[in-house]
Design a protein around this ligand. Sequence first.
Ligand code: HEC
Length: 169
Amino acid sequence: MKATFKRTLAIAIPAAITAALASGAAQARDPFDKEALDKQNAQLLELVELGYNLWHGSNPEMSSNGLACGNCHPDAGASNPQTFPKYIQNMNRVVQWGEMVNWCVQNPQAGKALALESKDMTAMYAYAMNLHRGLPIQPGLAAQQTKPIPVKYGKGFPSKPSGIGFDTK
Ligand code: HEC
């Protein structure tokens, strides 16, 4: 039964491709028109804006100590999405950027991790990637990590922010 199914597919797929090529349809789909592109772009920009808001503390679940990403990573600085996936010492494995976002949510911010497939996480990607537009994609590049930012509070640290709270040296 299984073998027959496989054999049928093996014949049907090349036949479909040959038919598509013969009819002149060399592309998998028609190019998007301007209206479709504008719509897609507007959706993306909406997510960039949501990401900006989340980065600056709009989701209270992401922080229990008043800290937001923007306190330590202004303008998404030192978040380096273009260098992921890469090895992160704290987790002792190669991780995707979203996992590092969650590490910061749970540690310096003592908050609740975002689901990797959530709209909020997609918005975090949209915002950070938008600010890194044009940089070369260099997965694994540890050298692009800017100076570590000393964490002064969060899990294992006094829970209330005290003034500026971190120094950049
Ligand atoms: C109190 C300061 C602080 C806050 C707040 C903070 N981070 Fe971080 N972040 C750090 C430090 C310190 C590191 C370096 C940790 C390491 O390398 O193990 C880091 C590393 C990262 C990295 C990895 C960068 C790289 O190139 O390895 C990402 C991504 C990141 N943070 C995103 C975020 C996001 C998103 C938020 C908000 C949800 C956030 N951080 C909040 C201090 C902070």
